[in-house]
Design a protein around this ligand. Structure first.
Ligand code: SF4
Length: 202
């Protein structure tokens, strides 16, 4: 939210032709930079040392050094390249949502009030539209069907032919698909207008 506020301020200054600082400097001088800098090693430490030893190292980093250890760790492998082939993994039979403690995706999408004008260009752009069915489906059982929290991506079968469907109007703008797609084939671009999730009570 703070970066969005700073982006709005920067856009306003640009329109007024009165730019005080470039956008990156605005971010670096705001409190979000301090928070993000202090937690920069948190995920990579788990990635490198595993859950148990990683937790111990994170306690040292966060509580003793307060996120100021004199080095920065990086993830050795990009997230999308960590996905294992579907054939090498067990099939998980997820229990149906009970409507009390667990809910189906579309009920949660409804609560997000997300909305996009239906006649706008799709903001989830495939670099190669054939990849989901020709590569991702046989190798990874097309993971977009599962990692997208809004059920935007579906593989449907019609006349014995599988098709990749994108329900872009449900997108809640988490950008997971842009990061996680194993073929790096999905490009999340900014949708038109003010569309997207809207949480009025936050
Ligand atoms: S940005 Fe998030 S909600 Fe939107 S399509 Fe991608 S994974 Fe789904």
């Amino acid at each position: 939210m703070k970066s969005g506020e700073l982006a709005g301020k920067h856009a306003f200054e640009t329109l007024q032709d009165n730019i005080t600082n470039d956008f990156e400097t605005k971010i670096n001088e705001s409190w979000i930079f301090d928070e993000l800098y202090a937690s920069r090693n948190f995920g990579p430490i788990f990635h490198k040392f595993g859950a148990l030893f990683g937790a111990a190292v994170n306690v040292i980093d966060q509580f003793i050094f307060r996120g100021k250890m004199p080095f920065t760790m990086n993830h050795p492998t990009p997230d999308y390249a960590c996905l294992k082939k579907a054939d090498d993994m067990p099939k998980i039979d997820y229990p149906k949502p009970d409507g009390i403690y667990s809910f189906d995706k579309l009920s949660s999408v409804y609560l997000s009030n997300t909305n996009h004008e239906e006649d706008q260009p799709c903001h989830l752009v495939l670099k190669d539209p054939t990849i989901p069915i020709s590569v991702n489906l046989p190798m990874y059982d097309e993971p977009a069907q599962r990692y997208c929290p809004a059920g935007v991506y579906e593989v449907v079968e019609k006349d014995n032919e599988k098709k990749f469907v994108i329900n872009a109007q449900n997108c809640v703008h988490c950008k997971t698909c842009d990061i996680k797609d194993p073929s790096q084939n999905i490009n999340w671009v900014t949708p038109e207008g003010p569309g997207g999730p809207n949480y009025p009570n936050m």
